[in-house]
Write a protein that binds this ligand. Structure first.
Ligand SMILES: Nc1ncnc2c1ncn2[C@@H]1O[C@H](COP(=O)(O)OP(=O)(O)OP(=O)(O)O)[C@@H](O)[C@H]1O
Length: 208
């Protein structure tokens, strides 16, 4: 069994079948690049993979556990959604500290400040998120990937959105090193990525 296994899952939204009887397995140390047209159902599929939505039919296993029955295993994955999931009134450190504490990682202030500096956010630690640019806010959200979490799986929905070239390269290198060290990734993006790690492309067809 792979790290993540989808068995015959189906999903319908507003009477439209997005996908039916879909099965796939993601191995340890593998990156799955999920592609498809706008509205094909990529975000819907990622949300099922991380247990945020339930499929109408089928099973999702992560690390050997049925996600539709037991969500506790989700501590071993990081989900960065298309929407950032950050609090606009909190500053970057507060946002990351809150996420870290509520996910049982307990990062230190020094670790978080160091990560923010690596991501070019030095000097912005005290600003509320709403005062940061779109790309800077995206960097704060992605900073979760730099925190020492021991996660086995990263599920990333359009992580390159709004990032400048330098930060895209930083993220690509991060993805390569995570996968090369045995981590697994599911990623959606409408833009190409320059990745060297073991990867598989998968196109979700738009069903009419
Ligand atoms: N909460 C919802 N309620 C009703 N319909 C929804 C909901 N979320 C998504 N949909 C519908 O499901 C379909 C697939 O949406 P989804 O966001 O999964 O597509 P996507 O492939 O991620 O698209 P994009 O490339 O534009 O991000 C769309 O037609 C959308 O309108």
């Amino acid at each position: 069994m792979g790290l993540l296994q989808l068995q015959d899952i189906s999903c319908e939204k507003q009477d439209r079948v997005l996908f039916a009887n879909l099965s796939l397995t993601l191995a340890k140390g593998e990156l799955l690049f999920l592609k498809g047209e706008n509205g094909a159902g990529k975000t819907s599929l990622l949300r099922i993979m991380v247990g945020l939505s339930k499929p109408q039919r089928g099973k999702v296993y992560f690390d050997g556990v049925d996600l539709t029955e037991d969500m506790s295993v989700c501590e071993k994955l990081i989900y960065c959604g298309h929407k950032l999931g950050l609090n606009a009134s909190l500053n970057p450190v507060e946002n990351l500290m809150f996420w870290s504490n509520t996910h049982g990682h307990n990062a230190s202030l020094t670790e978080l400040e160091d990560i923010l500096e690596q991501l070019g956010l030095f000097g912005m630690e005290d600003l509320p998120l709403r005062q940061l640019s779109a790309g800077q806010q995206r960097r704060v959200s992605l900073a979760k990937l730099w925190i020492n979490t021991h996660a086995k799986l990263w599920v990333l929905d359009e992580p390159f959105t709004a990032l400048d070239k330098q930060t895209v390269e930083l993220l690509e290198n991060k993805l390569d090193s995570f996968v090369e060290s045995g981590g697994s990734v599911v990623l959606t993006s409408h833009q190409q990525a320059s990745l060297n790690c073991k990867q598989r492309e998968w196109i979700l067809e738009y069903l009419h």
